[in-house]
Design a protein around this ligand. Sequence first.
Ligand SMILES: [Zn+2]
Length: 433
Amino acid sequence: MATLVLRDIGELLTLCGPPVVGEDQAKLRRAEQVQKAELALGLVHDAVVIIVDGIIHFAGPSSDAPPIHLLPQPVTVQSGRGLLVTPGLCDPHTHLLWAGERSHEFDLRNLGASYQQIAKQGGGIASTVRATTIASDEALSAGLRTRLDTALQLGTTAVEVKTGYGLWPLSELRLLRLGCEAMAGHPCAVSPTFLCHVPPPEAREGEARERLVSELASVMPIARAGLAESVDVYCDVGAFTLAETERLLTAGKAAGLGLRCHAEQFTYTGAAKLAARLGALSVEHLEQLDDEGRKALARSGTIANLLPGAALSLRLPWPDAAALLADGVRIALGTDCNPGSSYTQSQPLMMSLACTQMGLSCAEAWLAVTVHAAQSIGHPHRGRLGRGARADLVLWEADHYRQICQQLGGNPARSLWVAGAQVIADGVRADLG
Ligand SMILES: [Zn+2]
């Protein structure tokens, strides 16, 4: 038995307040929604967290904490220095497994070229696919581990990682295997997703395309056995059609995979409504979502994974968060970390963008990177610090939870524990010595 007492916490978010339930939210005025979101944070001042064998034993006011002599010995005591402590963040949407780099496209885009124009000239996803295909297994795994290290430094303790730069079924299964190998033993918990990204150039038309979709559908059970937790299909112009998306998601569901869908990003396709009907965990992007799609998400309880980094980099319209909240759709935020359209692992930056550009309150942004993000990857026990939860937590260089949303860039995460073990101490990795 090992006990850690983290005391002198100025402000603690347990995320164990009354949950924000969609239908209830839809009936409230905006100010009441914001108030309810803050209650859901389970905010405590002058708090203590007690961890026994990696599990939360107590998280609450210091006046209610059990005395140290009654705890399982030996007991280690650390000070929170009057700062903010929260659960580790969850990033529910990333493409972290890639080789190569696309900074030249960043320049071209900023000088006026569109994402689609760059893709037509062989850039975009195709460029990353080429680099990933010729990269060694070792180089791909090392790249993924480095990116997971960065996410951890920024306060993220659980992350969804998609395949997607193989395109052909066997290449995608290779990436899935590498992702699972790289995550083993890493402090960041990984939820692997098998992504049907875009048809490769050789399979864009006719029979070749039909064969590709059939093969992708038929490898879903292998992906499930290879530890994928979800399948994601990119439905858009240049990617998969609505009918193909339905076929692939249905095959994934039959194989026992959770469903996710890149939907309504560049063009409206009806994919969000389809995903909601199939019981998807989440739909991603949603810049072009319509009223009907939003109502369908609210009815099904499917979470809207909004990706402010991609909207910012691609200068897309911001997803209509106010309308989603008004209809009672739960919102999660993800980095969409990828080498082209959103190169960031910073969830605090996503929170800042969601507040300043999409009108989320700071409390709503916190729900979006903790409990809602965890629910959207099918890990509802994560993202909170209730008794019995795994002790993944972050000590921030901040007095108040709103400061994390207010600060643009930078890294306020100071110390971090995973399953009760300190992984980062004062900004430095503590588990690698
Ligand atoms: Zn994505």
